[in-house]
Design a protein around this ligand. Structure first.
Ligand code: GLN
Length: 454
């Protein structure tokens, strides 16, 4: 803990930690020492971790990197952080992220962007987003692991951009209680770690059956570490042809082939598969996620939480809402609220939102069908490129930024587990990752495959 606290202090330039909690860390570390001394060593005893700012942590600022939550210190602890603390973990502080987890480059944060510890010559790169602070902190050895959340790729894309491991669990495996909501039918928290084994240990600590989240699954949490046998002989790995996108960099394609070879060498069978509705996934996601976000973010009205705008003489409640939300939300969040409100409005509900829900069901059915044909795990690229320079996409059409999620959103729409594993470096020496997609509740198997690739 002391070593991590001083590493955090020395790494201000990365802007990964936005709130430091050294007193809490020292207290928790001392408690972990006492537990160890008494022969009680839970899974994460004394392990220093960083917590994404999206998790409510009792008495500690929890702002989802938004101005609108300025001054908000929750009265309660999220289930995930409570589970981690019960397992002995030590919180070093809160980690930077895209505002309300909307973004792919960690450039929408009220705290400013995070810097990827990997560099391209002298150019600063994005760590990805929205869990960019988590990924950068793990990659720079500021903490041993971090929490992330993933609505459309926010764990897996930053993991791929920083050479770390990121797991988005099956929807319902990890409680969402106390995690600030973005799109409730897609959001899942998961571990971001240096190794697959660490991800297995941390998922076991984060996951629980939680009566406070009605979508948390009533299933016992298995021993994920015990699933890491290294044996994948006879497993059938699907390679979905629709993920071979036009204009995909040759390096990504080569890495994908290399990953398939590694799994084949370990005794798995490689099978070409088809997921025909893949091409509709991104537009479907960018209807459903903003729709849910516009509803979830309605609660930030200047009354119940955080910041209220200064009002002028004669302003009424409508002006109060308008000024508070105009000042409190950044541009990307405002864009999502506008899109979401539009697709849910009476005249357009059937044309957009209902249609997106139907396409979502077809995307899920594609996966159900390949799993029913005996495919165990699906291998795809994690991202369409390596980390890009900071600022490179901020002035572009927002759809360019959304394309980062092209390989990851399908997994959230179908509620499946997805794992990003670092597999190699590109010609410029930057990390590249592959994604493994599993059957529901099959995280152990997924992690076991991931260990073959890392
Ligand atoms: N980049 C995607 C978005 O902006 C995904 C974000 C996430 O997974 N939280 O919506």
């Amino acid at each position: 803990t002391d070593a991590c606290l001083s590493a955090v202090d020395g790494a201000g330039a990365l802007n990964a930690f936005v709130h430091h909690t050294p007193e809490i860390a020292r207290q928790q570390a001392a408690a972990a020492d006492r537990r160890l001394a008494s022969g009680d060593a839970p899974a994460m005893c004394g392990i220093p971790v960083g917590i994404k700012d999206l998790f409510c942590t009792k008495g500690v600022p929890s702002q989802a990197a938004s101005r609108i939550l300025e001054g908000f210190r929750p009265e309660y602890e999220s289930t995930v952080t409570q589970n981690l603390f019960d397992a002995g973990a030590v919180m070093l502080g809160k980690l930077n992220m895209d505002e309300f987890a909307m973004g792919s480059s960690n450039e929408t944060s009220v705290y400013g962007n995070v810097v990827n510890p990997w560099k391209l010559d002298d150019r600063q790169l994005t760590p990805g987003g929205s869990s960019g602070g988590s990924a950068a902190a793990v990659a720079a050895d500021l903490c041993l692991a971090a929490t992330g959340t993933d609505t459309g790729g926010s764990i897996r894309q930053p993991a791929a951009f920083t050479g770390t491991v990121g797991l988005k669990p099956t929807y319902g495996r990890v409680s969402r209680w106390g995690t600030i909501a973005f799109a409730s039918s897609l959001d899942q928290a998961g571990p971001m770690t240096k190794t697959v084994r660490d991800a297995a240990i941390m998922l076991g600590a984060m996951a629980s059956v939680d009566p406070k989240d009605s979508t948390s699954a009533d299933r016992p949490v298995p021993d994920y570490e015990a699933a890491l046998t290294g044996d994948i002989r006879g497993k059938r790995i699907g390679i979905p042809r629709e993920y071979r996108m036009d204009g995909m960099p040759v390096e990504i394609d080569a890495l994908w082939k290399q990953g398939a070879e590694m799994l084949r060498d370990a005794g798995a069978e490689i099978v070409d598969i088809s997921l025909p509705h893949t091409k509709y996934a991104l537009p479907t996601y960018y209807v459903i996620a903003p729709a849910e976000a516009s509803s979830n973010l309605a609660r930030y009205d200047g009354v119940r939480y955080g910041r209220r705008a200064r009002l002028s003489q004669g302003d009424g409640i409508t002006e109060m809402y308008e000024k508070t939300r105009a000042e409190g939300f950044g541009h990307e969040v405002q864009r999502r609220v506008m899109i979401g409100t539009y697709v849910l409005s009476a005249g357009f509900y059937d044309a957009y939102y209902n249609r997106a829900r139907k396409v979502r069901a077809l995307i899920k059915r594609d996966f159900d069908q390949v799993f029913a044909q005996g495919i165990d795990t699906i291998l795809t690229p994690a991202t369409p490129s390596a980390a890009f320079p900071l600022g490179a996409m901020t002035d572009a059409d927002p759809v360019q930024m959304y394309l980062n999620d092209v390989f990851t959103v399908t997994v959230n729409l179908a509620g499946l587990p997805g794992l990003a594993v670092p597999v190699g470096l590109d010609a410029q020496g930057l990390p590249l990752g592959l994604q493994l997609i599993g059957r529901p509740w099959d995280e152990g198997n997924l992690l076991n495959h991931g260990a073959v690739l890392e």
